[in-house]
Design a binder for this molecule. Structure first.
Ligand code: PDD
Length: 301
């Protein structure tokens, strides 16, 4: 049975509830409702972005909007807004949620159709939903301990470059990691480690920072690109190359990157230590560079 909220609950929530954006309106989250005929709900027919906000500034907005366009093109949904309109809506959402450090979730589905049918309806207006949640600060002590990971077969589709809301394989894979007491599942396809269930993968091999090249097997992560850019700007050698299972097992360091978890050092994989079982020196250096970059962004606000 659906849970009913009393007026008292609603009033209470309204006082503190975050403001979300749905189809042209800013609303309190409990007032934001979507039809059960929305194709996002029935078919997982939509795409999304997760954009971090530091000190009120949207992090790498242009790159996120370009990736959104790539995802929309990939699933044949017309982009409902021009980039400037996206920027305005996002800025307004950030302001309404108090600025600071946030994680913005943005979702576009194909919209509401008259009946459930796999094929596209002849006319459909995309549903646009955005929300902002506080971005939990990365705890230094746990970052410095590093995390463990497990490897799993990549059971996803052939278009992992599209940031689709259809995330059931990622959900199951991440849960398998959690069930094994690990922070992430590293996915293996055709004998190569491609990325995590919700993160990109780097290894340090003979002092060189290596990440798989972009393509349909992985999401083109915004943090991945930034890490490569910052490494190059700071004279660290990098290469975009496949990561065989042997290379993963023998790596000096293994990292996972994402907007929400930043750069995680993996210290064990399937119960075997990575390197000496502690976050490596290159990770510590890159983490410092990344934090510095974020600080600059806050200052230039
Ligand atoms: N996920 N690969 C996958 C499969 C991902 O889901 C993500 C991010 C990444 C890293 O991308 P970025 O650096 O742009 O965050 C790589 C987000 C955070 C999520 O699904 O919540």
């Amino acid at each position: 049975m659906a849970q009913q909220l009393s007026q008292h609950d609603k009033d209470n929530m309204n006082e503190h509830s975050p403001s979300v954006f749905l189809n042209g309106h800013f609303l309190a989250i409990e007032d934001a409702c979507v039809s059960v005929l929305d194709r996002g709900f029935l078919l997982g027919d939509g795409v999304y972005e997760v954009i971090p906000v530091f000190g009120g500034s949207l992090f790498r907005l242009d790159q996120h909007l370009q990736r959104l366009q790539h995802s929309l093109d990939g699933v044949r949904i017309a982009n409902p807004f021009e980039p400037q309109h996206w920027a305005n809506v996002l800025e307004e959402l950030v302001a309404r949620n108090g600025g600071g450090d946030l994680s913005v979730y943005l979702q576009v589905t194909r919209g509401v159709a008259a009946k459930r049918d796999h094929a596209f309806p002849s006319a459909c207006t995309p549903t646009v939903f955005l929300m902002a949640t506080p971005l939990a600060p990365i705890d230094d002590a746990s970052a410095e301990r590093g995390v463990s990971a497990v490897t799993r077969d990549d059971i996803r589709w052939q278009r992992c470059d599209i940031k689709a809301i259809t995330l059931l394989p990622n959900v199951l894979l991440r849960q398998e990691a959690v069930d094994a007491g690990a922070a992430e599942a590293i996915l293996i396809r055709d004998g190569e480690a491609t990325e995590g269930a919700a993160s990109n993968l780097f290894v340090v091999d003979q002092g060189v920072l290596i990440t798989p090249p972009k393509g349909p097997r992985l999401l083109p992560g915004i943090t991945r690109d930034l890490v490569l850019e910052l490494a190059q700007a700071n004279g660290l050698p990098t290469r975009e190359e496949g990561i065989s299972i042997a290379r993963l097992r023998d790596a000096e360091e293994v990292w996972l990157t994402s907007s929400t978890r930043e750069i995680l050092a993996v210290v064990s994989i399937d119960g075997e230590a990575v390197g000496d079982g502690r976050p490596g020196p290159l990770w510590a250096r890159m983490r410092g560079i990344y934090q510095e970059y974020k600080q600059q962004l806050r200052k230039h606000r």
